[in-house]
Design a protein around this ligand. Structure first.
Ligand code: PLP
Length: 453
């Protein structure tokens, strides 16, 4: 029963990013089944999953082709490694298919088990690259405040979450941060385009401060996801690209969320108009059906590693896991056959944007941001000047609570309410989701008024 599961859960399961005591007090919601865009909990309530699990279930739940691919591979060969100059057909075929769907500079992949492991690989690979280039002093990697790049020591260090840095003595040496390109917080006195240039130049300032000959790489999410769906101005990434080019610095795109159609192109760097040297992926590569991640390695780096690198002393037991790779193959082929990238770019993505734009009329909504099938709204106290609510009120969490009870998974990042629904959503599904969002905003507004917030 639900109560029994909750008791066992509270007794034994330490959940990620969770306050253990509050979980024990409230009991977790036990999710037992899913189909399409709908979850079912252990009490039989259906919940619209507007977060695609955790930004990953791009093709929606219950896709038989992925289940079949996993089952068949489990029967044939459940595991073999890639360490002993050995490989399995799914891993080889997936490497080739990834080379096909990623931008043309990418012909090689290094597999990992998750996005965090992918980003750890990035740190080691860029430092290895500069060693091989005879510039071992190039060690520093520049990232951004409020970025999320994973939870391993290197991933959390690359990330710019102060709460994570405060636990475990992070960041590790050689990782520094610049401010995020969040117009609402840092650029309201400028047009968005002007702000994009200003925010990109913070990178150049940091490069000059560190010393251009010491900087190895810059890493960023094309659209910051866990940070609250921070969509940068259109001028930002092309200017970042120019700055990296000017100083010869490697440019790394963390596509863990933005990959595999999420933004209306195969990869977020294509939507945002830049050309990375390395690209981390995970989540959408298998639509979350099994864990898999990795790094696409552009020719600039691959050539040096392959021709001059000798052995790269790095890898994971599950680098190229055959069952995960078989699922990824089926998933990517499904994205292709359903035309999901085009569906997001030309149909459901613009429709989601239109519906989110209309939310600006709601008394609580101070700003909205969208990019493909990612969207955010900002809850504000005063729409006229964007005055925020006192953070201690946790209004975002109040709104999230209403969503949860009303049968909608929407995430709160501070007072930014965010969605990243499965790419298979139809316009009718978007309408359904928007009805729920409206209802939850009204309930939140009623709370705010009742308490005089
Ligand atoms: N990079 C980004 C942009 C992410 O959003 C995440 C996870 O949310 C990660 C990396 C880490 O991926 P994983 O949780 O698979 O380690």
């Amino acid at each position: 029963s639900t109560a029994e599961w909750q008791a066992l859960d509270a007794a034994h399961f330490l959940h990620p990013f969770t306050d253990f005591q509050s979980l024990a007090a409230r009991g977790s919601r036990v999710i037992t089944k899913a189909d399409g865009i709908w979850l079912t909990d252990s009490d039989g309530q259906r919940i619209l999953d507007a977060m695609s699990g955790l930004w990953c279930v791009n093709v929606g739940y219950g896709q038989q082709a992925l289940v079949d691919a996993a089952t068949q591979q489990l029967r044939e060969l459940p595991f073999y490694n890639a360490f002993f100059q050995t490989a399995t057909p799914p891993a080889i075929e997936l490497a080739a298919l990834l080379a096909e769907v990623t931008p043309p500079q990418f012909r090689h992949v290094f597999f990992a088990g998750s996005g965090s492991e992918g980003n750890d690989t990035v740190v080691r690979m860029v430092r290895r690259y500069w060693d091989l280039m005879g510039q071992p002093q190039r060690q520093v990697i520049i990232s951004r405040v409020n970025a999320y790049h994973g939870s391993t020591m290197a991933g959390a260090s690359l990330g710019g979450m102060s709460g994570m840095h405060a636990q475990g003595g992070l960041p590790i040496p050689g990782i520094v941060h610049i401010q995020q390109p969040y117009w609402h917080e840092h650029g309201r006195h400028l047009s968005k385009d002007e702000f994009g240039f200003v925010a990109a130049r913070w990178l150049e300032d940091k490069i000059l401060e560190v010393g251009p000959d010491k900087v190895a790489a810059f890493i960023g999410e094309p659209v910051q996801g866990a940070g609250g769906v921070i969509v940068p101005p259109a001028t930002y990434w092309p200017e970042i690209q120019r700055i990296c080019d000017r100083h010869g610095i490697l440019l790394v795109s963390d596509e863990v969320i933005t990959g595999f159609g999420r933004t209306g192109h195969w990869f977020g760097c294509e939507t945002q108009g830049f050309r990375p040297d390395l690209m981390t992926f995970a989540k959408g590569v298998t639509s979350g059906y099994l864990p898999l991640g990795g790094v696409m390695v552009g020719e600039r780096v691959a050539r040096v590693l392959i021709e001059h690198g000798g052995e790269f002393n790095h890898g994971y037991t599950y680098s190229g896991h055959p069952v995960a790779c078989a699922v990824a193959l089926a998933n990517i082929r499904l994205i292709q056959s359903l035309g999901l990238v085009e569906h997001v770019r030309d149909d459901v993505g613009p429709y989601l944007a239109e519906r989110f734009e209309a939310l600006r009329g709601h008394p609580l909504v101070g700003d909205v941001d969208t990019c493909g099938m990612m969207a955010a709204l900002l809850l504000v106290k005063d729409k006229t000047d964007g005055t925020p609510f006192t953070p201690d009120l946790g209004l975002g969490m109040v709104c999230r609570g209403h969503c949860f009870r009303e049968g909608l998974i929407m995430r709160a990042v501070g007072d930014r309410m965010i969605v990243a629904p499965p790419l298979v959503m139809t316009r009718a599904d978007v309408d359904h989701m928007m009805d729920l969002i409206h209802r939850c905003l009204d309930l939140t507004l009623a709370d705010a008024r009742a308490h005089g917030w």
